[in-house]
Design a protein around this ligand. Structure first.
Ligand code: F6R
Length: 256
């Protein structure tokens, strides 16, 4: 696991965008897209590079990680609407190349299988962008999720529902979701997790330095061959081996 320590959220966005841009410029690419606050600075930076430096997403196919059950794609708080607002509507990624699980499908189990199959049909994900929940979830794989899980229906944890309550009217936070599994995320050829703020520090420490355990679903990234974790000072603040990561980063930067 490579740790990149940054001074600001904007720098986190730049470092994550560098990895994504490098892959997108190589030719047709499949990106896995997280939604939420964490990747906002990354998406802002990608939009800036699209506008100012001609970075094109015309040959990108994108899969989002998750969706609230019961929400139609055009619901304001659906992750489909969110990813369009945060990234897709501001770049040249064709809408028919954006794939999101359908939260309003009549048969959610069949929808999860369909979505899983569509990722495989696209050849798998080249770069998966991830955020981390304060309880260690990635995607909506809540603590005790199977480390080899596939796209499926999950029950949202109380902590996750509380963290996202601000986006919904009182009592309206969905209880169920569709999410890619930890097995899917592990198959991405590159995983880039961005985390910001002190409220993620404990989860980041468990992910990076704790045991691989379903108790902290993000710890499955310890088994990934090419996982990169990009952190601001708050998110990095509980890491025990900070000096080591800083030294490794300095050497990596000199070699780059
Ligand atoms: C959303 C997702 C989630 C979020 C996580 C952190 O697509 O996959 O795992 O990344 O809940 O959310 P924020 O970034 O809003 O703190």
């Amino acid at each position: 696991m490579q740790i990149i320590l940054c001074d600001t959220a904007a720098e986190v966005g730049v470092r994550a965008a560098d990895i994504i841009e490098a892959r997108v410029r190589q030719g047709p690419a499949v990106l896995g897209l997280a939604t939420g606050g964490s990747p906002e600075s990354t998406y802002q930076e990608l939009i800036r590079r699209h506008r100012e430096q001609g970075l094109s997403f015309a040959d990108v196919t994108a899969f989002t990680l998750d969706e609230y059950a019961g929400l139609a794609a055009d619901h304001e708080q659906s992750y489909c609407s969110t990813i369009r607002r945060e990234l897709v509507d501001h770049v040249d990624l064709p809408l028919d190349q954006l794939h999101t699980p359908r939260g309003d499908a009549a048969d959610l189990v069949a929808e999860a299988d369909r979505f899983d199959a569509s990722i495989a049909a696209a050849g798998g994900v080249d770069v998966q962008i991830l955020g981390i929940g304060a309880n260690g979830h990635i995607g909506f794989n809540e603590p005790t999720s199977s480390l080899s899980s596939r796209t499926r229906v999950k029950t949202l944890a109380g902590k996750t529902r509380a963290d996202n309550a601000g986006y919904f009217a009182e009592g309206q936070v969905p209880r169920l979701c569709l999410t890619q599994g930890l097995g899917n995320i592990g198959e991405a050829r590159r995983a880039v997790l961005v985390a910001l703020g002190k409220n993620k520090a404990a989860a980041v420490r468990s992910m990076v330095e704790g045991p691989v355990s379903a108790w902290c679903p993000a710890s499955v990234l310890q088994l990934h061959r090419r996982a990169v974790v990009v952190l601001d000072p708050g998110a990095a603040s509980e890491l025990a081996l900070l000096d080591y990561y800083r030294e490794a980063q300095d050497l990596n930067d000199q070699l780059a």
